[in-house]
Design a protein around this ligand. Structure first.
Ligand code: GLN
Length: 217
């Protein structure tokens, strides 16, 4: 079977665990093999995993905790292993990226995703929003996914256009935010989203797609 880890150093990891477990409960019969979900805080837990979800939260804190606990080198090695499936959401996207547009020496990133990221690109907490997005270009039939953006980053520049493909650009007609890149895929094993599919209350479509398209492939 496959093991999906959710990095649990900091942030919104429980919501990912719950969504993934609900997917397995409801759809596990069609996965063709056993899928289990664990939280990851140690290298022993990490190396049991076939994939790792890095949640939203605070990328500065996440990176500092990883460094101070001595976990950073294993995380670095794990995410750079091409057999492992990696999904970063929001702060997790920031943590896996190559370069940050905002000067911040505290966020030592994992230098996995070849993009330049701008943190807090939509402003403060009060400017957080949920928007129905048409993800049917990559998730079959998913035309109305409620995507929540909380002090979300955007992908300002793709540094390796051979390897990194845009999955979704924000649709906000008439706004300067129209067209901002908020979801990408790198190779066939790395996924990154600015928004939080784990906060879409009972909507499991995004997590189910991640399991089928990444973990089971
Ligand atoms: N603004 C946060 C950061 O820079 C990310 C916010 C989030 O994960 N919801 O890490």
């Amino acid at each position: 079977g496959k093991v999906i880890g959710v990095l649990a150093l900091q942030g919104a990891f429980i919501e990912h665990v719950n969504h993934l477990e609900r997917c397995v409960d409801l759809n596990g019969g069609s996965y063709g093999q056993a899928v289990s979900v664990i939280t990851v805080r140690t290298k022993e837990e990490l190396w049991k995993c076939d994939g790792l979800v890095i949640p939203g939260g605070e990328s500065t804190a996440m990176s500092l905790i990883a460094q101070r606990t001595g976990f950073y080198p294993d995380l670095y090695e794990f995410v750079h292993n091409k057999d492992k499936k990696i999904w970063g959401t929001c702060a997790g996207l920031i943590f896996i990226s190559d370069v940050l547009a905002n000067e911040n020496t505290l966020v030592k990133t994992l230098e996995l995703l070849h993009v330049k990221v701008k943190r807090n690109a939509f402003g403060r907490q009060a400017q957080s929003f949920t928007q129905e997005c048409d993800f049917s270009g990559f998730i079959p039939g998913c035309t109305d996914f409620p995507a929540t953006f909380i002090r979300a980053p955007v992908i300002e520049e793709i540094l390796d256009s051979e390897d990194v493909k845009v999955l979704y650009r924000l649709e906000r007609e008439g706004s300067p935010q129209n067209g901002l890149v908020v979801a990408v895929k790198q190779g066939d094993n790395v996924l990154a989203t600015s928004f939080h599919p784990e906060l879409a209350e009972t909507d499991l479509r995004f997590h189910d797609w991640f399991i089928r398209e990444f973990i089971l492939k």
